[in-house]
Design a protein. Structure first.
Length: 155
């Protein structure tokens, strides 16, 4: 076997096996806690909203302001969506499946927050469409666009 094909273990060196960042590992652990809590309490809308609002309250001010607006937009345009947390982020589900979510810029030390949709959202448009948007602030036009997308996602 050539030197380049030998495993690092065979060569006597050991590289770190951590392929996840601290933030990614924390999000996965948070997801496990969320799933256990949901399994214990069942479909409790009030508890889901409490968890979601708690996560929003923990955010830095710029993300918190956007997350609060997103929450108001989603709940007014699709009241049938179930508020919850998903990997420690505010999210909204239908029939147990996440439709849309808000990711704080601070969550993964990103330069912008994100509003996105999962594949169960009905936002298909042709053969190619966006599934998430970068946010640095929310304008009235942005809010209207998000509202329309959320309505379409649950249609």
């Amino acid at each position: 076997m050539s030197e380049s094909k030998q495993s690092t273990k065979a060569r006597g060196t050991r590289k770190s096996t951590n392929v996840w960042t601290e933030e990614e590992r924390a999000a996965m652990q948070e997801s496990a806690r969320e799933r256990k809590a949901e399994a214990r309490r069942g479909a409790d809308r009030e508890a889901g909203e409490r968890d979601l609002l708690g996560k929003i309250a923990e955010m830095p001010k710029s993300d918190r302001v956007m997350a609060e607006r997103i929450h108001a937009i989603v709940t007014s345009n699709a009241p049938e969506l179930f508020p919850k947390t998903w990997y420690g982020m505010p999210a909204y589900a239908k029939d147990g499946k996440v439709i849309c979510f808000f990711k704080s810029a601070d969550k993964f030390k990103s330069r912008y927050a994100t509003f996105g949709f999962e594949e169960t959202a009905k936002i298909d448009e042709g053969a190619m469409w966006a599934t998430s948007w970068a946010l640095t602030k929310l304008t009235p036009a942005d809010e209207a666009k998000i509202g329309a997308l959320v309505k379409k996602a649950v249609s």
